[in-house]
Design a protein around this ligand. Sequence first.
Ligand code: ADE
Length: 186
Amino acid sequence: MARGGYIPARLLCDFLNVENLLSIQSQHWTEAAKVAEKALIKFKYNVDLSGMNALLVDDIVDTGESLILAKNFIIGEWKPNDVKIATLQWISPVAKLKPDFYLIEVKEWYWFQYPWTRLEDTYQFIKRLLSEEGLSKREWTLEEIIAKFKELYGVDVGLNYFKDAADLLVENSFLIRSDNKYLIKS
Ligand code: ADE
């Protein structure tokens, strides 16, 4: 599935000698001011998979909502003989679905950091920490952001990712850059 399953799926093509690779984007969205989340298939293109077996690949089964939706869509619209699901992680206590193949059963909910989501995760987590810590401190150096990030999340993603994420926060008008400081926009 796009986007979390892209890289694992391509690697499985290599290891399992599979030529055909399709992508399906099953997304979670939150209606404004509503807690309830719904999954939807973003681009509903049609292909004919009759006579074929499909392996639906994603990085993780968290709630399982988006995979359930994607699986039902594939069965109903693309009509393969069979669909099986493969993921890297399966968060068993919260998942509404058990993948047919998985690498790790996760017993306690956790946010996993994949190499292919590192910049967007760093961006989101910096934004979160500044939204919370920024109530009492409006001006931050990059070094202070990095130190707080490591303290709160216990991860060092490397200077380049921290820099790129901070630049992106400036680009998206969450931060203002002045000299070597970042100012939280009010
Ligand atoms: N995508 C959905 N749930 C996730 C999790 N727990 N960790 C990383 N990526 C996810």
